[in-house]
Design a protein around this ligand. Structure first.
Ligand code: BGC
Length: 776
């Protein structure tokens, strides 16, 4: 593919000039054209046109991969765009992920070929080479996050010869593997004034995308300026202060008018997280917000009698849409990093809402590619926390000494080794296998998973002097308590930050100092538990793949880790430090507790729940386990109380404040702080599907599944549906005066194991069933 084509660039494009080049080639087509196929890709993101018409609806092609190791090529049938005679192919290339923070390189380029097949069997091929011309056009600058500057008065001129790009990397070109990114919902906005009198449009929904604006009665050279933000601040003023980290420009569009009765514009090379848009420079304007995300089918739905819970479900789905843009990011605003931790926490929920199979398959391959030589898996992949281009490293380091080179031979970013984040290497493929029954996830990812686990196990063996007097060392069990290295830990629990950390930053400490401080203490509880979970899962993966030896080896290690955790990290009264709910939930959920200590641990968890007045106080890692664990250990009532709390901390609290997405922190909306579109805590929707709705896979891909509806709290009815490859599963219940009616639909060729709240069990095959009974 593209064997004869050359990478071409604009001779003046580079680190400082940052052009948005437009490439063109005129070519003639004979009559009797049968088929025309265009294949192309870019260093950057591109938009391609034949005779002035965009050849596809894809956005941000070629998508994000680990570009030094593989670049996706898109293939389009463009027959309908061509005519006999002279034709023109143009392609505009913008920064995209390639030049985002100069991660992969500082010059943009493209490569492509147009293959023409005629009815007489002859063929012609036009490829990119030095016969092409290049210029700059109306798009003056384009950065995914900063935004676009577009001068509609400019027509590309000063065409000059394109130059061959001889970049130091010659990565394999592969046909598109991921899901194309497309435009989806169009939402109209309401014009209003913020508290400072600014013209602001409110689209009623926080999302990722951009706006199409229609400008009336414009003057040539009139400057229109848009800023995109997630919320108004506490005074009701438009602001991006919760996410912009002082960056300027941040999520902005500057449009310079041609001057007309009506001008319409929408960006092509930038994407923003927003609900509100501030407008400067015009009053006579209409706007439509366009949500942009990977084109995935919606596969699940959940609804119940509690309107706030329904809104919570919608918010999680919108946070998913807002962050699944070719890779899964933490948020579409501040960082936009494809964080491993967030991905592993949410991936199963994501699969209930949408068909994410192809999306994750492609993304995980980049994890494999970027895994460090020592087995460490980065915190983001393709890495945006470290840098790929060696030439850029000195510049980046001057600003942030913690950044190192990404990719297998690099060293990553200080603090890449975090448990709960790198464990995504094991967890995501396993969850995808459970949801889709697709063995390829295991075949593709097994080695990456094993190397990560081996890395964690060898890190476990490192001695941490801070814990030198702990009994696990004295007893020779130091290899099974993971007390070394940097770990984020539970992360974003609703407590003030550790005083030592607060002091460190007060004293002007840097990120590197923070990493060192955290390394000093490690996170024995979190890291030990996560490594045990990964050993268990790796062993299960090995079993499926027929790797018996590995299966036994890792399950034996898991048992040793469990024994050490139980002995050293849970005291005789069942207390697990540092306390609060997270460690208890984790210990129970990840099977870290001996039968002897289980009742004590459960009691401690009950105490924690009571002390928090039946509110949650978990962070990123254990929130997803909280409600399922409470139900599994006989605390169903508490689970529903926590779910239904409307004050903070709790899922419904932001909903009562009008949230339309899931915030990063429990009180983010109260304080106008942190990202307001962070899907992580939305993983509670897994509980809605699997417990309230009761649908859970028992065999990978749902050929056999459980229906264990949990009826509780103030809920009077609930309905969950999930589309499997066999057909749609439906599970619905109603409750009244202690009796319930339950209805389910089982797809043909599947078997459901039903357990109703009255204790009744049934094995059901394809069909439609209704049951009634008393709740016990
Ligand atoms: C990100 C997270 C991420 C975390 C790592 C944050 O800044 O937004 O979602 O997982 O850092 O701890």
């Amino acid at each position: 593919m593209l064997d004869k084509a050359k990478w071409i660039c604009h001779p003046e494009d580079g680190r400082e000039s940052r052009l948005v080049p437009v490439f063109r080639r005129c070519f003639s087509v004979r009559s009797s054209l049968k088929r025309a196929v265009l294949r192309l890709t870019a260093h950057g993101i591109y938009s391609a046109e034949m005779n002035g018409k965009a050849v596809s609806e894809d956005r941000f092609a070629p998508g994000l991969t680990s570009y030094y190791y593989r670049i996706q090529v898109q293939e389009y049938d463009v027959t309908a765009f061509l005519h006999a005679g002279e034709n023109e192919w143009r392609t505009t290339v913008a920064d995209g992920w390639w030049r985002w923070n100069n991660n992969f390189g500082t010059r943009l380029a493209m490569i492509g070929e147009l293959q023409l097949d005629y009815t007489d069997g002859s063929q012609e091929c036009f490829v990119t080479d030095e016969t092409w011309e290049v210029a700059t056009g109306p798009c003056i600058s384009a950065d995914l996050k900063k935004g676009e500057v577009y001068d509609a008065r400019i027509e590309p001129k000063h065409w000059q010869k394109a130059m061959e790009e001889t970049f130091h990397i010659d990565a394999p070109l592969i046909l598109q593997e991921g899901v194309p990114v497309r435009e989806h919902e169009n939402l109209s906005g309401k014009a209003m004034r913020d508290s400072a009198g600014n013209l602001v449009f409110d689209f009623g929904q926080n999302m990722a995308g951009y706006v199409r604006m229609a400008l009336r009665h414009t003057q040539p050279g009139q400057r229109i300026h848009l800023k995109h933000g997630e919320a108004l601040d506490l005074e009701g003023k438009f602001s991006t202060a919760n996410v912009d980290m002082g960056e300027n420009p941040f999520q902005e569009i500057t449009y310079i008018c041609k001057g007309a009765e009506m001008e319409v514009y929408q960006p092509r090379f930038a994407v923003f997280g927003f609900r509100y848009v501030l407008v400067e420079g015009i009053e006579d304007i209409d706007m439509t917000a366009i949500a942009v995300y990977s084109d995935m089918e919606e596969t699940g739905s959940f609804e119940c009698s509690h309107p706030l819970i329904n809104q919570l479900g919608k918010n999680a789905l919108w946070s998913q849409k807002g962050n699944f843009l070719d890779v899964a990011t933490d948020c579409p605003t501040r960082e936009r990093n494809a964080w491993t931790g967030d991905g592993q926490i949410y991936c199963r929920t994501a699969a209930y809402f949408m068909d994410v199979r192809r999306f994750f398959k492609k993304w995980l391959k980049d994890q494999t590619i970027e895994q460090y030589e020592n087995g460490m898996v980065g915190i983001t992949f393709p890495s945006t926390s470290s840098v790929h281009d060696p030439a850029e490293l000195p510049y980046v380091k001057a600003k942030n000494p913690m950044v190192e080179l990404a990719g297998p031979t690099g060293n990553g970013f200080a603090g890449e080794e975090s448990a709960g984040w790198g464990d995504a290497a094991v967890w995501i493929p396993w969850q995808m296998y459970q949801m889709y029954g697709d063995r390829e996830f295991l075949e593709n990812q097994y080695d990456t998973a094993r190397r990560w686990v081996d890395y964690a196990l060898s890190s476990m063996k490192e001695k941490n002097p801070y814990y030198a007097d702990k009994p696990w060392y004295a007893n020779g069990d130091g290899d099974y308590i993971y007390d070394s290295k940097f770990h984020y830990g539970e992360w974003c629990e609703p407590f003030p930050m550790d005083p030592e950390v607060v002091q460190l930053f007060k004293d002007g400490g840097t990120g590197a100092d923070y990493v060192m401080l955290k390394r000093k203490y490690g996170q024995p509880e979190v890291a030990t538990a996560y490594t045990k979970r990964s050993c268990d899962v790796l062993s299960a993966m090995a079993k499926v793949l027929g790797k018996e030896e590995d299966a036994q080896k890792y399950s034996a290690v898991a048992q040793k880790i469990k024994a050490a955790y139980d002995q050293y990290l849970i005291d005789d009264a069942g207390v697990i430090k540092p306390g609060h709910q997270a460690p208890y939930v984790r210990a129970l959920a990840l099977d870290m507790v001996s039968e002897k200590k289980k009742p004590l641990v459960i009691d401690q968890l009950k105490k924690e729940l009571a002390a928090a007045n039946d509110h949650l106080n978990t962070g990123f890692l254990s929130t997803v386990y909280l409600l399922p664990t409470l139900c599994d250990y006989g605390m169903k009532e508490e689970a529903f109380k926590i779910l239904e709390q409307t004050d903070t901390p709790g899922w419904l609290h932001p909903v009562t404040l009008g949230a339309t997405t899931i915030p990063e922190t429990w009180d983010g909306f109260d304080r106008f702080k942190d990202s307001l579109n962070h899907y992580s805590f939305g993983a509670v929707c897994q509980f809605l599907f699997e417990y309230v709705g009761g649908i859970r896979p028992l065999k990978p891909g749902f050929s056999e599944f459980a229906l264990h509806p949990v009826m509780g709290g103030s809920l009077q009815w609930a309905k969950a549906a999930y589309k499997t490859k066999y057909g749609c599963i439906a599970s619905e219940w109603k409750m009244q005066d202690g009796t319930f009616t339950y209805h389910c639909v089982i797809p043909q060729e599947t078997t459901a194991h039903l357990l109703l709240p009255n204790g009744e069990t049934r094995i059901l095959i394809g069909g439609d069933y209704t049951f009634e009974g008393e709740i016990q």
